[in-house]
Design a protein around this ligand. Structure first.
Ligand SMILES: [Zn+2]
Length: 319
């Protein structure tokens, strides 16, 4: 059997190809993919050809679909089940095989696009678990794109006092307000460090999440976090970044938390918990999916993720 897949041959060089469909073994499910999100972490290898990576690349790791065939040893799922899946790649295609523990059931009223987000929601969930926020903490989100907006919705269930959303895009800040952020601050317009001092009796926030993944967001977190407060490096930083004054970080006794995870058990547990919050409507993914594309429009989908046209939060490929 053959299927369509989008393979990345080099910078901006997507090719839709007919390749062999994967075949599942007894311990795997064959999933007919219906949606796959475009992730910020994939952009660098598309925007330029990275010499240390092998091309053509078969990427896409935020997928959902329908169980087409379940192996003999599969217990929890049957053909026809609607599921979100956690995968390493190969998501921009019609079919993929996965192990049972990588599969999460979708509630009937959750779309494939919403259900495709097991991987990002695993990241936010695990970062929040690791940060171990306390009741009535004041929390800042520095950078409130797609991931920041998931964190924000999850924070509303953590019993925190104030959520302060910080971003350079006003329309995103407006969304943060709609989703329950108590304060919204645009560093292009106000002195964020001073505003936060005022909002926290001069102390700084109990926890600051660096979400933006750029030097500017990394520079801002130490300026707004209280002594012994938590600094969570959540953003994806593919390039070189500099901690400006580690002496100051030391002096402030920040609790520095790396919000990234590599242990598969942890990742899948985060996905399970996060997908439960999607299925029970504690997180509204629908409001975050702003741009949908077909598989042969994948270049446009990646461009949108990079250049963020008006209203952009997340692009998803439908298959
Ligand atoms: Zn991702």
């Amino acid at each position: 059997m053959k299927m369509k897949a989008a393979l990345l041959h080099g910078a901006h060089d997507w090719r839709i190809e007919e390749i062999d469909s994967p075949v599942n073994n007894d311990d795997e499910l064959l999933i007919s993919i219906r949606a796959c999100g475009v992730c910020h972490s994939e952009l660098h290898q598309w925007d330029e050809k990275i010499p240390t990576l092998d091309y053509p690349r078969f990427i896409g790791h935020e997928a959902a679909g329908i169980v087409k065939q379940s192996g003999n040893n599969i217990k929890k799922f049957k053909n026809g089940d609607r599921v979100g899946i956690w995968i390493f790649g190969k998501g921009f295609a019609e079919e993929v095989t996965v192990k049972e523990e990588q599969v999460f059931p979708l509630a009937d009223d959750i779309s494939f696009e919403e259900g495709a987000l097991a991987e990002p929601i695993s990241c936010t969930t695990n970062a929040l678990l690791k940060t171990n926020l306390q009741l009535s903490d004041t929390v800042a989100l520095v950078g409130t794109g797609f991931m920041g907006l998931i964190l924000l919705q999850q924070l509303k269930h953590q019993g925190v006092s104030k959520i302060i959303a910080i971003d350079v895009r006003d329309e995103i800040l407006e969304k943060c307000g709609q989703l329950g952020a108590e304060y919204i601050l645009n560093p292009m317009k106000v002195d964020v460090a001073r505003e936060i001092k005022e909002l926290t009796d001069g102390r700084g926030v109990d926890a600051a999440f660096e979400v933006g993944g750029v030097q500017g967001t990394l520079d801002l977190v130490p300026q707004i976090t209280r002594m012994e407060g938590k600094v969570v490096i959540f953003g994806y930083h593919p390039g070189k970044r500099i901690i400006n004054d580690l002496g100051y970080w030391n002096w402030m006794a920040f609790d520095i938390i790396n919000g990234h995870f590599r242990n598969m058990e942890t990742i899948l547990d985060g996905a399970r918990r996060g997908m439960d919050m999607v299925n029970t409507k504690k997180i509204d993914m629908n409001t975050l999916i702003t741009h949908k594309y077909k598989l042969d429009e994948i270049e446009e989908a990646f461009s949108a993720a990079k250049y963020k046209p008006d209203g952009f939060i997340k692009s998803v490929i439908t298959i």
